[in-house]
Design a protein around this ligand. Structure first.
Ligand SMILES: *Cc1c(COP(=O)(O)O)cnc(C)c1O
Length: 407
């Protein structure tokens, strides 16, 4: 069976008009890469940052040209030094680990919670060493990481807590929007995320000094420090991580749509969960009490003893007309870069450098994440579509029909 599903599109006439207005203004980016009034960017960038600050009730929001850039700037701002270890989950985007390597620091992978897919605080704490500098929490698939437990661990060991909320803007932890509970964190604004500017990202922090360091890294710090007396040069190898004015103008409008957009996904997810909940050997997404889920991915788990191999199941469901299924996510520690330890040149740097301590990337270090990937997890990429009630009914019906064939 086939059915066309409408691709999700958050852009409307208002974004087109805002982009046109920026073009007509003649200024697509106002940044200057030296110290002065234009060091912090043009009017659209600055008002987008202000809107983000207000929305997320955070002291500083720093617009960047991608969240990958944001991760590099955030990690640089905490004065990560070569050989430092950063603990992160293997279920996240490769950019998280690459940004750590970028500073010649060492990614250390902790296992994930089998229900939320976020970093497991106990596994994380067991990996804290005298080299640990930071914990990177990722609110994966739209579910907040356990920031309360991670905050306690960070405090116990005197390490920094970073957050990656690329997939969970608009999710809540208690009464607070997720993404601002770390020392520094941020969001992605790429095409595939809840709201987007094509490419883009936003760093958030309540710490003045981290914020200023991130702004420096964003805009050619190495050339700017000379005119900023007393500014520490550490990690001030600056970049051009600047977001353009058109993207910022679009971003402001996108931000206004975030809450309703997340709400509509929550309704779709509820309808899906209701329709799928009776199927034997299938578990619908878990939402930890006190949290809300922003549903970037609608994650399912199967019991292979009941439904057989998940590959065969995904194939059947796809043939039956269910869109957007995938049977794997990520196990970053198993990527060739970590298995072969090839990053800078071929000498194994930074792992082989005298400042680094040995680290284990063998299969088996994250048994929960690996078992989910190998036997249990199926993702439905809910973010790709604008599903109507009847689309969801169709999908639910297709699941039931496949279940009646296999059981
Ligand atoms: C998308 C994403 C990123 C990278 O963001 P970009 O803006 O594409 O650079 C990082 N982490 C996670 C969890 C993501 O989903």
């Amino acid at each position: 069976m086939t059915r066309e599903f409408k691709r999700y599109n958050s852009l409307g006439e208002e974004e087109a008009l805002a982009a046109a207005a920026v073009v007509r203004s003649g200024c697509l980016s106002k940044y200057v890469g030296e110290w002065g009034p234009d060091f912090y960017g043009g009017p659209e960038v600055q008002s987008f940052e202000q809107a983000w600050r207000e929305y997320f009730a955070v002291e500083h929001a720093i617009a960047v040209n991608s969240w990958t850039s944001g991760l590099i700037a955030a990690l640089g701002s905490i004065k990560l030094v070569p050989g430092d270890e950063v603990i992160l989950p293997p279920w996240t985007m490769s950019a998280c680990a690459a940004a750590i390597l970028h500073w010649n620091a060492i990614p250390v992978f902790a296992d994930i919670d089998p229900n939320t897919y976020c970093i497991d605080p106990a596994s994380c704490e067991a990996l804290v060493s005298d080299r640990t500098r930071a914990i990177m929490a990722v609110d994966i698939f739209g579910h907040p990481a356990d920031m309360k437990a991670l905050r306690l661990i960070a405090e116990r060991h005197g390490v920094v807590l970073l957050s990656d909320t690329a997939q969970a803007p608009g999710a809540y932890i208690g009464d607070a929007l997720c993404g601002t509970q770390g020392d520094i964190g941020g969001f992605s604004l790429n095409y595939h995320k809840h709201i987007h500017t094509g490419e883009g990202g936003m760093i958030v922090t309540n710490d003045d000094s981290l914020a200023e360091r991130a702004r420096m890294i964003r805009n050619h710090a190495e050339a700017v420090v000379a005119k900023r007396p007393n500014f520490s040069l550490e990690n001030m190898i600056g970049y051009n991580f600047r977001l353009g004015e058109i993207e910022a103008a679009i971003g402001k409008l996108q931000l206004r749509k975030l809450a309703s957009q997340v709400e509509s996904r929550q309704l779709i997810a509820e309808q899906l969960t209701e329709g799928l909940s009776g199927l034997a050997g299938l578990c619908t997404p878990f939402v930890k009490p006190g949290n809300t889920h922003a549903y970037y991915v609608y994650a399912l788990q199967v019991d292979p003893d009941v439904v057989g191999s998940k590959s065969a199941l995904v194939e059947r469901l796809t043939l039956a007309g269910v869109p957007g299924l995938s049977e794997t996510y990520a196990n970053l520690h198993l990527l060739p870069m970590f298995q072969e330890r090839t990053a800078y040149g071929s000498s194994g740097f930074p792992w082989t450098a005298p400042f680094s301590k040995p680290v284990d990337y063998r299969k088996g270090i994250c048994p929960v994440a690996e078992d989910l990937q190998d036997r249990v997890y199926i993702g439905f990429s809910i973010c790709e579509y604008d599903l109507s009630t009847s689309d969801v009914e169709f999908i639910v019906d297709r699941f039931h029909s496949v279940w009646s064939e296999i059981l």
